[in-house]
Design a protein around this ligand. Structure first.
Ligand code: PMP
Length: 390
């Protein structure tokens, strides 16, 4: 049987990790893999997470099954952080714990496939490389449209308007809630408002991917577009990841929320989400969600977490400011948000940056701003100039 399979290309970011480790040059800089790094280049376990793990170690008295919905107290406690304290749409939301934001996207895709198999998913590109395959493997048609121009680092808003205006009622629009991956370019408030209007006018359903809340301009600010959209539309899906803002990556912590029109629809969405979870992973892994729940149940641990997340956010924005200050042609980097910016470059140039200068970024030109120190700005800019990127 297996001879029928075709080999798949290796993950180029994982190859980048190995190449960086093997590089013996002292001044090498890793802007490759998409995880937060502190000033020492580490991706530490957050202090609040350690405190919650300690608490769980001492107090958890059973590991019996919870069910396909996972830890519903985790799902409920996350709600005010994502959607605000008492949103008007709050009564119309239902959520389920998922294995990371990826699990939430997959479950949402299957829910769409179950409810409306002919729906197309509109995806602005470039996007996170896993978006199109996740929707495609749930047998949904993905319609890509150019979201922005990398050379000018500007959103092609007319292309967004055109894509939404020519979509069919019931189609789904994938939107990055904040901190766009891979570009760091988010819509302006006015652009979000126009998108909300078009979603209503064209009867389209937003599927908001919120994977970096708190890593752009703070928890409240980063959630504002999501909340505005939910105040405007009737139905929506939200894939949430706690893997970045709690630093829980490998624990796989996320949630899928659905906002429905009526109590009857909420019940249907809920039972279908649970049934789809059951055939995919039966039940989500508990530990990471239990950590987040424990933090959110404790005022003290929550304060620790918020302070640490703010530190992370400030560090990334400080690196953005350092690059922009050192090269006026990179001023756009200080206006972008989240871990990533994506320079327009060929894969040959990305390879030359590695080989000649020890600066590692994805072949696409995506760089992780958490991978540098402010003092590295000069070396990065010298290398970019030498390779003709500036
Ligand atoms: N959406 C986006 C935009 C992402 O960048 C990522 C992770 N890189 C995810 C979703 C998935 O997150 P998780 O690791 O929680 O599955």
């Amino acid at each position: 049987m297996f001879e029928e399979l075709k080999n798949r290309p290796a993950d180029s970011l994982l190859a980048l990790i190995k190449a960086f480790q093997a590089d013996e040059r002292a001044g090498k800089i890793d802007l490759g893999v998409g995880v937060y790094r502190d000033a020492m280049g580490r991706t530490p376990v957050m202090r609040a997470v350690k405190a919650a793990e300690q608490f769980l170690l001492e107090t958890q008295d059973s590991k019996k099954y919870l069910g396909p919905e996972g830890d519903l107290q985790f799902v409920r406690l996350l709600q005010p952080i994502v959607f605000g304290k008492s949103p008007t749409f709050g009564q119309r939301l239902v959520g389920i714990q998922t294995p990371g934001g990826s699990g939430a996207l997959r479950l949402g895709a299957e829910l769409i496939q179950t409810a409306n198999p002919t729906a197309k998913v509109l995806l602005g590109t470039p996007s996170w490389p896993n978006h199109a395959p996740i929707f495609g493997s749930a047998r949904l048609a993905v319609k890509e449209y150019p979201f922005l121009d990398l050379t000018s680092q500007q959103v092609k808003f007319e292309s967004v308007i055109e894509a939404l205006s020519s979509a069919d009622p019931g189609d789904v629009v994938l939107l990055h809630g904040c901190c766009h991956n891979p570009t760091g370019i988010d819509f302006t408030t006015e652009e979000w408002r126009q998108i909300a209007e078009l979603l209503v006018a064209r009867k389209l359903m937003p599927f908001i991917d919120l994977a970096y809340q708190g890593l752009g301009d703070g928890l409240e600010h980063d959630a504002a577009p999501t909340r505005m959209i939910l105040e405007t539309v009737d139905e929506a899906l939200i894939a949430y990841s706690c893997d970045k803002n709690f630093g829980l990556y490998r624990e796989r912590v996320g949630a899928l929320y659905a906002m429905a029109r009526t109590a009857d629809d909420i019940g249907k969405a809920e039972s279908n989400m649970a049934a789809l979870a059951r055939v995919n992973w039966s039940m989500p892994p508990d530990h990471g969600a239990a950590i987040v729940r424990t933090i959110l149940e404790s005022a003290e641990m929550s304060a620790m977490w918020r302070a640490e997340l703010e530190e992370m956010c400030e560090r990334v924005n400080g690196n953005r400011a350092a690059l922009a200050a050192a090269a006026p042609d990179l001023a756009f980097i200080s206006r972008q948000r989240g871990l990533f910016s994506n320079l327009a470059m060929s894969r040959e140039t990305a390879a030359a940056l590695r080989a000649r200068h020890g600066i590692y970024m994805a072949d696409s030109g995506r760089m992780n701003l958490a991978g540098m120190q402010p003092a590295d700005a000069g070396a990065i800019i010298t290398a970019l100039r030498a390779e003709g990127c500036l």
